[in-house]
Ligand binder design. Sequence first.
Ligand code: SAH
Ligand code: SF4
Length: 341
Amino acid sequence: MNFHKLKSTLRDLQEPNFRYKQIVSAFCKKGVLDYSQISNISKKLVKDLKERIKPLSFSAEKIYSANNNLSFKARLKLNDGELIETVFLSPLPGAWSACVSSQAGCKLACKFCATGQSGFKRNLSSEEITDQVVFWKHFSREKKLNGNFSNIIFMGMGEPFMNWDEVKSAIKQLVDPEFFGFGSRHISVSTSGVVDGIKKLANDFPQVNLAISLIFPEDSLRSEYMPINRKFNLKKLQLAISSYLNKTNRKVFLEYVMLKGINDDLKQADNLIDFINTIENGRKLLHVNLIRYNTTMVEFIPSDLGTVNKFKNHLLRKSIKTTIRKSLGDEIKGACGQLAG
Ligand code: SAH
Ligand code: SF4
């Protein structure tokens, strides 16, 4: 919702001041999209608002569900016709996370990523970002899903640090108790390694979680599959992570998508260990998340489960904190990297 427009509209309609807060709260906290469901609002005001302000900046084209209603994906059509996707999932019983998009498409063109391969359309506005959250609030109410919607992850389409101004205002609203009131520590931003963005996050939101899609701990390989590495190579990334850890003293996730025969042998595990060991406090604060590749492109094959376990045990033996992330959205192509407009 465009809150500036809401405010000025209510002023034009000579509504009392509390009305703005009341509508913002119903919309952001409860996902109420129908003005008539807000208590103590006159029929006349409902009608006026309906005519002037559309609650959401997109319409839902299609909603997919999977895993016994533990994950959902929505395809949304923005007002200019561009398509984006957003995912709602319950990784733990009773807890729900929204995985939101920050751009329609992505410029960074990582070879293994469906979004990257589908090209870049445009940046999303902060309104289009926070509306994805409202959309899922509304959805979980309608569906009577059990549990608490507590987490937001910027792991949908796009690179959040390539659209930082809008992502930043979205996060400001998400953590603002007058708007959404999410805890900073319940919000995560994932980057492919846009170094200046990592600095901005540490300054702007030191409590928001950072995840880095490392995936290739060797420059030649990383540059081949993730073109961003030609601008910000592993050395630059290491320096950025070091200063981030120094400044925030927070745990950072290194995402490692496992691609059969490409980055899943123990030589790469050793490179990953070296990468972590070179960073001051790396062993303490960095946490590796192994993710089996979700098939999106024919050229890549997910690593075998046995290989993933071997890789994990090798890291654990060297005292590197490591987990295997289970994929929840695969059935609905709503898993990481499978989002494409
Ligand atoms: N642009 C940001 C955030 C969006 S991508 C980034 O790259 O971090 C979200 C996550 O999906 C990243 O960790 C990315 O590495 C991962 N990913 C991309 N394609 C994938 C695939 N096909 N299978 C599994 N994970 C994938
Ligand atoms: Fe963009 Fe992230 Fe996909 Fe790379 S992995 S193309 S940065 S969305």
